[in-house]
Design a protein around this ligand. Structure first.
Ligand SMILES: Nc1ncnc2c1ncn2[C@@H]1O[C@H](COP(=O)(O)OP(=O)(O)OP(=O)(O)O)[C@@H](O)[C@H]1O
Ligand SMILES: [Mg+2]
Length: 345
């Protein structure tokens, strides 16, 4: 059973010219880290807020653990779901420890019951309890506040976390660190996470599943590599940077450039390594081919020209889609927040 299911979900705000979310359907499996990716105003926050009933769909159904949200008590539902937002929302007059303890104490747990748990959570999010437990929000950096926000969201041990651009206000280095921590926490705890971002790099780094939204519509859903290699339309192609050679190299598997044949003396590379790994190995070994292996079995070879062909094909697909889109009316929506797509080859 999927952890969260959106079935033909539409949200219409009063007096709005168009639906904020328009007939959206997709499922998030338990333990997945699902990214909602899209431009400003595409309906990401609206989708997220309907999961914990901060708002309800105008039509369609959202199921959490198999039960429609509208059949679940909003307060009880929210206690089972962690929620992290960009503005963090720590209580300024409470210490870090008290902030983290808010939800467990609402659930009736005493301070003595939760004190060990608070330390565990602070450690989990990378804050040394002895140093930070008694601090107030004003004594924390933005990144540290966000860590406390994450610890607080995890305090009631929810199986589902909703995160709305949680790292949006942080500098690139702090943001990268928190992304790494989130991946580690997710590996260790197996929680299902629905994570909103408009940052493609963040989506690709974190997501096992990416849902691309534009103007309330779901444009495409799949693994990052699927979006990159097979964008459903020009909008997705442009947003994820299908013509971005560096991103192709970084995310596409070496197996994408597999050709038949092989030289048994050639260096070996695993099929799941990236094209970038293959390219670097070719350069470092100064060899013309690499033998591609999958589970110890030779499945073909990778050459420089093979890699170059994959890149050229991806660029051609992106160019064809852009040309096709240019012929159609209306023109696709503007792409804010999309990474630049340098023309490297
Ligand atoms: N409470 C509301 N009342 C009326 N319209 C709203 C309301 N909340 C959101 N909208 C509209 O719904 C659309 C989707 O908004 P939403 O906040 O879901 O977008 P988003 O993808 O999260 O954007 P951003 O990246 O800027 O946060 C927008 O056009 C927005 O103006
Ligand atoms: Mg939003």
């Amino acid at each position: 059973m999927a952890k969260v299911e959106f079935v033909d979900v539409t949200k219409t705000y009063p007096d709005a010219a168009q639906n904020a979310v328009d007939h959206v359907s997709f499922s998030v499996e338990a333990g997945a880290l699902c990214i909602l990716l899209g431009t400003s105003g595409s309906g990401k926050t609206t989708l997220l807020r309907m999961v914990n009933r901060l708002s309800d769909p105008t039509s369609g159904v959202i199921r959490v653990d198999g039960t429609p949200t509208v059949d679940q008590d909003p307060i009880a539902l929210r206690r089972r779901i962690g929620y992290v937002i960009q503005q963090v929302g720590l209580f300024p007059h409470l210490t870090v420890e008290e902030n983290v303890r808010v939800v467990p104490s609402i659930l009736g747990q005493s301070a003595s019951e939760t004190s060990g748990r608070v330390d565990e959570l602070l450690q989990l999010v990378g804050l040394e309890p002895a140093e930070y437990r008694k601090r107030f929000q004003r004594q924390l950096s933005g990144g540290q506040q966000q860590r406390v926000g994450l610890a607080r969201a995890l305090a009631a041990d929810p199986s589902l976390l909703l995160m709305d651009e949680p790292f949006g206000a942080l500098d690139a280095i702090t943001r990268g660190r928190l992304q790494d921590e989130l991946l580690r926490i997710q590996r260790e705890t197996g929680k299902t996470i629905l994570f909103v971002t408009h940052d493609v790099e963040e989506a690709f780094k974190l997501g096992s599943q990416v849902v691309v939204m534009d103007q309330g519509h779901l444009m495409q859903e799949g693994a990052p590599v699927d979006l990159l290699a097979r964008p459903a339309n020009a909008f997705v192609g442009k947003l994820v940077g299908s013509a971005n050679v560096l991103r192709q190299l970084e995310y596409l598997p070496a197996s994408a450039a597999c050709e038949s044949g092989g030289d048994s003396s050639a260096p070996r590379i695993a099929a799941h390594a990236t094209l970038l790994d293959a390219l670097l190995q070719l350069m470092q070994s100064k060899r013309r081919t690499l033998t591609l292996e999958d589970d110890g079995r030779d499945i073909g070879q990778v050459t420089l020209s093979g890699i170059s062909n994959v890149m050229a094909a991806a660029r051609q697909t992106a160019a064809d889609q852009a040309a096709e889109a240019a012929e159609q009316e209306p023109l696709p929506a503007r792409v804010e927040g999309a990474a630049p797509t340098p023309d490297l080859i």
